[in-house]
Ligand binder design. Structure first.
Ligand code: PLP
Length: 348
């Protein structure tokens, strides 16, 4: 009846079917499951992880206010901020907690971090970031994609808005684009309004694949972790490898920070090769037979990609990175992967 329609409009439209932009019953099911898994009240499903980031940044950035972003975040997130938050937004980048502390002023509208940072895999002290943001009354948004809700409890560490590219481990098969943002109703209110205004919603069949992925997330991650550790330990002993940037390894500079804030590590890490010419670098990557060339990590398959250190906007001298290579260790037999890496390394 019309009365029921009017009643439904007065209610929050985000948990009862009303119009597709607000979600369907499948969307609500996924959002409820994800919020529960993340130990919080609510979740917003968007068409990609990048949309979730763009929505969070746009919804909080205000002319005259500051947005503080960690330097080495997922590059498209930084590009979005630099290109789209221009008008009067005081955008600043930081690399360390001390730099954040110096930049956090009362006009700060948002602090955005990623743990660990893409490619460089650095793990910031989230508790200290949260304390600084609280001091200036700004919410903290965190890209939590790497850890997933299984290995990283962002809200327990004080993060207000936690963003997951569910495209990666949650969907788990490299065949879905999906973003999931979690937090309290209040913390997510600006982002939710932005998503409705811009029509950024996830399609229900994609949400269904997200729900299906959640059911096996835990067992898949255990396997990714065990295999990645085995492969990473082997790699760090090879003479052609300078270092392996994988926080689960005791040799990683952020190992202690990882132990304090994570309960596990998935299959994604970066290695630095000894200096070699371009041809040897390409030969190494191309001669791998069990690692596909690709960017959408988090699926069942192993992937490799040349990794270029981000442009660091001159914050500090560039570390003299050698040849970086990013690996995603999939669900294959880790001994097969090691065999494949051993023959490819012979050419370096
Ligand atoms: C892939 C990725 C994203 C973006 O997710 P999409 O769904 O591909 O848009 C965001 N953050 C991190 C850390 C990622 O790896």
């Amino acid at each position: 009846s019309l009365d029921q329609l009017r009643e439904a409009r007065r209610d929050t439209p985000f948990d009862t079917p009303r119009y597709g932009i607000y979600g369907t019953s499948t969307t609500f099911e996924l959002q409820r499951a994800m919020a529960e898994l993340c130990g919080t009240e609510s979740c917003i499903a968007t068409g990609s992880g990048l949309t979730a980031i763009a929505a969070t940044l746009s919804a909080h950035a205000e002319p005259g206010g500051r947005v503080l972003i960690q330097g080495d975040v997922y590059e498209p997130a930084r590009v979005f901020a630099e290109r789209e938050l221009r008008d009067g937004v005081d955008l600043r980048f930081f690399e360390t907690v001390d730099e954040l502390d110096a930049l956090a002023t009362a006009d700060t509208n948002l602090v955005f971090i990623e743990v660990p940072t893409s490619l460089t895999m650095r793990i910031i002290d989230v508790g200290r970031v949260v304390a600084i943001a609280r001091r200036v009354g700004a919410p903290v948004a965190c890209d939590s994609t790497w850890g997933t809700p299984r290995f990283f409890d962002a809200h327990a560490l004080g993060v207000d808005i936690s963003i997951h590219a569910a495209t990666k481990y949650i969907a788990g098969h490299s065949d879905v684009m999906l973003g999931l943002t979690t937090g309290t109703y209040e913390a997510l209110a600006p982002t939710r309004e932005w998503c409705v205004r811009y029509g950024s919603t996830a399609a229900p069949d994609v949400c269904w694949l997200g729900l299906r992925g959640l059911r096996t997330l835990s067992v898949r991650l255990e396997r990714h972790q065990a295999s990645a550790l085995k492969v990473a330990r082997w790699l760090e002993q090879q003479p052609q490898v300078v270092r392996v940037l994988y926080p689960a390894l005791p040799s990683d500079p952020d190992h202690e920070s990882w132990k304090a804030q994570f309960s596990g590590a998935p299959g994604l890490f970066t290695i630095e090769l000894r200096p070699c010419d371009e041809a040897a670098y390409a030969r190494f990557i191309e001669s791998l037979e069990l690692f596909g060339l690709g960017a959408s990590w988090g699926g069942f398959e192993s992937l490799v990609l040349p990794a270029l250190p981000h442009a660091r906007r001159g914050l500090r001298p560039q570390p003299d990175w050698g040849r970086l290579v990013r690996f995603h260790v999939g669900l294959e037999d880790p001994d097969d992967l090691i065999g494949d890496l051993a023959s490819a390394l012979e050419g370096v």
